[in-house]
Unconditional design. Structure first.
Length: 86
């Protein structure tokens, strides 16, 4: 009996045939960032972040501003995300 192992050969597909994958969540996040209320929340977060970074000693954090911004973006994204998933 032969102890030879059979190793399958897999050939890669041509790069031209591959379809560019696009993340629907990222597309929706980009679109949501264009809404005025979300831009306003992002600006509040960025202003707070700039203020905190300009100080050498501070106990202030921008957690509340960050959470408000992320919550608004996530809320905007979730209403359409699942309809785009396969």
């Amino acid at each position: 009996m032969s102890m030879d192992k059979v190793i399958p050969v897999v050939k890669a597909e041509d790069a031209e045939e591959e379809e560019e994958l696009v993340d629907p969540q990222q597309q929706l996040r980009d679109a949501c960032n264009e809404h005025k209320n979300i831009q306003s929340l992002r600006e509040k977060y960025e202003t707070c972040n700039d203020r905190v970074n300009s100080r050498s000693r501070t106990t202030e954090t921008c957690v509340e501003e960050l959470f408000d911004y992320l919550h608004a973006v996530d809320h905007c994204v979730t209403k359409d995300l699942f309809s785009k998933l396969k």
